[in-house]
Ligand binder design. Structure first.
Ligand code: CIZ
Length: 364
């Protein structure tokens, strides 16, 4: 099932407001809702949204934040659909988790559908038996997390992928890693595995485009998925950045290709990039390969450093961008009238199995 849901258009009451009016009204609605409301903002959100976030962070940090707010009634997740699902699974009580715009999905998450993954599993199981652990990146639908949960696997994030893979390999010799081939490959290579131990599973091809022997030999079966934002970064951009700024430290996200990660000085999750930039001495120059809203914010918040995006053409995450302030105002106005709109609810069976996979990650 696709995670892209239908969002009905907003009425003129919202679309015809000026930006200043919209922001003022969000401010007022937020104050009126007080402690009933927690707003979470992912690092990739635009500034007009982040300014209202009680907490900002990566998806895991934000989902964990929900656990600290058992008394809040409403958790408005300014991020994308899989993040709101994760918050709904990990929330401590019966809070309503709300996604301001239902069409804010994740194209990478949609690259691995539950039917395709089940089909892959059915093809590889007779070849590899019980020697394989499925690992899903947090960027996946709750149904995929549930699949992983019931098959003995775990969720990972870009902050802990290597740790979770080590946990998996301590148990069984093989892993099926989805949906992002690059995070799987980059993590495996950083752990000392070789590219020869990895195959890519293309769901559009019989046996994922591999022979039975290739699947039997592989340690890593990497799902053919990718992030369209991080896929934009190239080695050529890094070469050019180094020519312009010979002292620049190049840091990229591990969802970039192996070649880009190899050409960079460092790689890590959004939290890692943020912490590294913040901790660096004044005067440091950073060329960064991740989403533009985060890079621009880092540049503004670290005026004593030179920070630029490796991609000269602006590259916002298109789905994150769908959380426009008008949608935030619309959901808050509804809450003020006692109406919960755009609630994300993970069905009970999926929740139980997905929580298993998330809890395994949290316990590693
Ligand atoms: O986990 C997240 O929030 C994502 C999608 C990336 C990251 O590196 O934080």
């Amino acid at each position: 099932m696709s995670t892209v849901l239908f969002q009905r258009p907003l009425s003129r009451e919202y679309t015809e407001l000026s930006e200043a009016e919209t922001l003022d009204r969000i401010d007022a609605a937020k104050s009126a809702l007080g402690a009933d409301l927690v707003i979470l903002g992912h690092h990739y959100q635009r500034d007009e949204i982040i300014r209202f976030a009680d907490y900002r962070g990566d998806s895991l940090k934000l989902a964990r934040e929900t656990a600290n707010h058992s008394s809040a009634r409403y958790i408005v997740f300014c991020g994308v659909h899989f993040m709101a699902e994760t918050a709904d699974i990990l929330k401590p009580g019966d809070q309503a988790v709300i996604l301001p715009n239902l069409s804010a999905g994740c194209s990478m998450a949609d690259m691995a559908g539950i039917d395709e993954v089940e089909h892959c599993w059915a093809q590889i199981s007779p070849l590899v038996g019980d020697s394989i652990t499925p690992i899903t990146y947090v960027n996946s639908a709750a149904s995929l997390k549930a699949f992983v949960g019931r098959n003995g696997g775990a969720v990972c994030t870009s902050s802990n992928a290597q740790k979770i893979l080590k946990w998996a390999f301590d148990r069984k010799p093989k892993t099926l890693f989805f949906p992002d081939q690059h995070l799987g490959r980059n993590s495996g290579l950083a752990m000392g595995y070789s590219a020869n131990e990895m195959v890519v599973w293309d769901p559009a091809k019989p046996m994922g485009g591999n022979t039975g022997d290739e699947v039997r030999r592989a340690r890593f079966i990497l799902w053919k998925g990718h992030c369209s934002v991080h896929g934009r970064f190239t080695v050529e951009q890094i070469t050019k950045a180094r020519l312009r700024h010979p002292n620049a430290r190049i840091i990229v996200h591990p969802e970039c290709t192996r070649e880009v990660v190899d050409a960079a000085d460092d790689n890590g999750s959004t939290e890692y990039i943020l912490n590294t930039v913040t901790a660096a001495p004044s005067g440091t120059v950073f060329g960064i390969g991740t989403e533009i809203n985060l890079v621009n914010r880092l540049a503004r918040e670290n005026p004593d450093k030179t920070i630029f995006c490796l991609d000269p053409v602006v590259c916002p995450c298109a789905t994150m961008y769908r959380i426009h302030p008008s949608f935030l105002l619309w959901v808050l106005d509804n809450l003020l009238q006692g109406k919960v709109v755009n609630r994300i609810t993970v069905p009970e069976l999926i929740r139980t199995e997905a929580k298993l996979a998330l809890d395994r990650m949290l316990s590693v």
